[in-house]
Design a protein. Structure first.
Length: 145
């Protein structure tokens, strides 16, 4: 799961979302919920599992917490990418994840622009945020798959 603050920044940046069964979404108090059905109802509500039962919440009051595979699927619509991991440092057991966007050359080089984080989803989320905010890329409507 990506960081909740990053998910909120992606929403503000215009990341499209069509609720799908199995998605995670959070409310304004950072409480995470499981989406139980595809899309919204006629009133714009999303059916969620609160842990205490099934409820409907307004779509606009929820923020999508995309999984890594979902973020990568959106990024792949922009162009080639590569996700790699390496130890964060000598003697450490954690990893540093790097997502490289080949279609964004840096200072004329062909290596691409990269984004790093200790969580793979955050590295991908940072790349997506950069595309949405800094580059002005519009991924189009949310896909159903």
């Amino acid at each position: 799961m990506i960081a909740m603050d990053l998910a909120r920044e992606l929403k503000v940046a215009g990341l499209p979302w069509r609720p799908r069964r199995g998605d995670l979404a959070m409310d304004r108090l950072n409480v995470a919920y499981l989406v139980l059905s595809d899309g919204t109802d006629d009133a714009g509500g999303v059916e969620i599992d609160t842990g205490r039962g099934v409820e409907r919440r307004p779509f606009l009051g929820l923020t999508w917490l995309p999984r890594l595979d979902q973020i990568l699927a959106v990024l792949a619509r922009h162009g080639p990418l590569e996700l790699t991991a390496r130890p964060a440092g000598q003697g450490r057991r954690d990893y540093l994840w790097r997502l490289t966007l080949s279609a964004l050359p840096v200072n004329g080089s062909h290596g691409g622009r990269y984004f790093e984080a200790t969580v793979a989803g955050d590295a991908a989320g940072l790349a997506l945020h950069h595309l949405l905010v800094e580059v002005g890329w519009k991924p189009g409507k949310a896909r159903n798959g």
